[in-house]
Design a protein around this ligand. Structure first.
Ligand code: GLN
Length: 573
């Protein structure tokens, strides 16, 4: 605790007279809060192998701490040199997740939001590229006063600053920082060194390191093996960090004897050896961590009050509904990155939330748009109860997407088009209903005779690719007598965006007259955000990405309604 003596008065001189400062005390308190912050920092590192699920462990621990009444956020530090993942192909790095403030980020931030139901921001994802960019800009401005700029201390100082931005905001009691990569990687070293320094500066009672490792099972020997974990903990120690808690990913339960061995050889308390057994769904992990006492040992080590076992009532209700569906529906996901599940992570998770809300199991049938055409669309889409045409960039696979839209429109199959999917719906309607042959987006064909989707005016002078799209939350006004107004139960909404092209308003009168209604627009720019088809039970195309805002606590209403429409379709088949 810090006690502060305030010297001064509540008065100041304004226009030569003494006046009382309005809200003096609360303004002083706001200014001082960051300096009085007693934020605790938890670092999650990974060892032995990648893909162990650090993001899910971080999100699960955060969920438990949040359920105990602590204000928690999670940050991801990524060791690659791209400034952000916005320029990465989904095959490289999975989906690019977008925050309200328009940051293009790692997909783990999606897990953080889905678990915690608290929005993340630009500050929650930092890459090596961004760190170097910022340090180099400072060097160019002469801020280092003639010093040689080095990894230690300049890069590490920048990393430490980025880690503490969220803590100093005063909005959080606990900041969990997930360090991407695996210990021992060359590119992770500056991050690990920064954690070591912060631990030294802030003290062990304010900083905690959780190390997530793999305990492999050798079937020939019929045994779980601890040696890789021992080596990984040792590698971490070579950088000056003793792990406080070990989370052990395993396919089989850890015996008492094995826990004892891990504790002894890795120099941690036995109750700090946490088993993380493979789960059938990521939504089981908070409960598994609760049973293992991960939250309890975390609070103990940070000297925080143990507020008692968190109830997780709403969470458990969701898990129960998710695991006990009363019916099944099959929804086609038409995309060109379908080979890699992570490419459409938020969409797949939104279906899980919406399925639970409807007590329905949503089976997602992934259909590769590149191999879809007029000759096979009926056979490929037979048996579906609804269709979602996915977002995307570039020409590959778009004719398949257009065929899928046509099939959904003609067969009156519930349809949701997201971003590029919405644009394909506009193109399909223009070509096949309005008869505008070869209508297209200028993204695919610059010389199309009917550019029904065109580059946004504001984009025409932009040449740089990184971070220059129309990004983040924008307002949308919903029209009366529309599906969306019903679904949202509101007239003004905010949704997240990531696009350069837009519905060409020059074709709006024709399209509307032919039955493709505009049911949502951006009030400032008149940009068409939503289209619907009049004589179709459920056909909605949205320029924005509803999937980024679906969480366990707040399943997205569009997905909930789409699943309900699919169920309806399946019942009347
Ligand atoms: N490529 C389209 C555009 O830039 C759609 C983007 C998307 O689907 N996210 O407008």
């Amino acid at each position: 605790e810090i006690s502060l003596g305030l010297v001064g008065s509540e008065m100041c001189i304004r226009d030569r007279i003494w006046v009382k400062i309005p809200n003096f005390t609360s303004r002083i308190q706001t200014k001082l809060r960051p300096y009085m912050s007693t934020t605790k920092y938890i670092f999650v590192t990974g060892g032995v192998s990648s893909s162990l699920g650090k993001g899910i462990i971080a999100a699960s621990l955060a969920k438990l701490l949040q359920a105990r009444g602590y204000r928690v956020t999670i940050q991801k530090l990524d060791p690659y040199i791209n400034v952000d993942p916005g320029t990465l192909n989904p095959y490289e790095h999975g989906e690019c997740y977008v925050t309200d403030d328009g940051a293009e980020t790692d997909l783990d931030l999606g897990h953080y939001e889905r678990f915690l139901n608290v929005p993340t921001s630009q500050a929650n994802n930092v890459t090596t590229g961004r760190i170097y960019q910022s340090v180099i800009q400072k060097e160019r401005r002469g801020e280092f006063l003639g010093k040689t700029v080095q990894v230690v201390p300049h890069i590490t100082n920048e990393i430490k600053e980025r880690i503490q931005i969220l803590g100093k905001s005063g909005d959080f009691d606990i900041v969990i920082t997930e360090i991407g990569g695996t210990v021992g990687d060359i590119e992770s070293l500056p991050y690990i060194e920064s954690v070591r320094q912060l631990k030294w500066e802030l003290g062990n009672q304010n900083c905690l390191v959780i190390h997530l490792t793999l305990i492999p099972y050798l079937s020939a020997a019929g045994e779980l093996k601890t040696k890789p974990t021992q080596h990984s903990v040792k590698t971490l120690m070579e950088s000056g960090i003793q792990a406080d808690i070990l989370v052990c990913r395993t396919e089989h339960h850890l015996s008492e004897e094995l826990r004892h061995k891990l504790a002894l050889f890795c120099n941690v308390h036995k109750d700090a050896v946490i088993e993380s057994i493979d789960a059938s769904t990521i939504y089981d992990v908070p409960n598994l961590m609760l049973e293992e006492g991960l939250d309890k040992v975390t609070l103990q080590k940070l000297g925080l009050k143990d507020t008692g076992r968190p109830p997780l009532t709403a969470w458990n209700e969701f898990v129960k509904r998710h695991k006990n569906p009363k019916a099944n529906v099959t929804i086609g996901l038409i995309g060109k990155y379908v080979e890699l599940q992570d490419s459409y992570k938020s969409i797949l998770e939104s279906f899980i939330h919406a399925g639970a809300a409807n007590e329905v199991k949503v089976k997602v049938a992934s259909i590769h748009s590149e191999f879809l055409d007029a000759s096979n669309v009926a056979s490929q889409m037979k048996g579906l109860d609804a269709v979602l045409v996915a977002p995307g960039f570039g020409e590959r696979g778009i004719e398949g997407k257009i065929e899928a839209v046509r099939y959904a429109r003609e067969q009156k199959l519930p349809f949701l088009g997201i971003c590029l999917g919405m644009q394909m719906a506009v193109i399909e309607y223009s070509r096949n209903v309005l008869g505008l042959k070869d209508a297209n987006s200028t993204e695919m064909n610059e010389n199309t005779p009917f550019p029904v989707i065109d580059l946004m005016e504001a984009q025409k002078t932009i040449t740089e690719k990184g971070g220059t799209m129309r990004l983040g939350a924008w307002a949308c006004e919903l029209m009366d007598d529309s599906i969306v107004k019903d679904v949202y139960g509101a007239s003004d909404i905010q949704e997240r965006h990531r696009h350069r092209f837009e519905y060409n308003n020059g074709y709006r009168t024709q399209l509307e007259a032919a039955g493709l209604k505009t049911t949502g627009i951006n009030p400032q720019t008149n940009l068409v955000e939503i289209v619907e088809i009049e004589d179709h039970p459920w056909f909605v195309g949205v320029q924005y990405h509803p999937e980024y805002k679906s969480t366990v606590a707040n399943p997205h209403p569009l997905f909930v309604s789409l699943v309900a429409a699919a169920l309806n379709y399946s019942n009347t088949k």
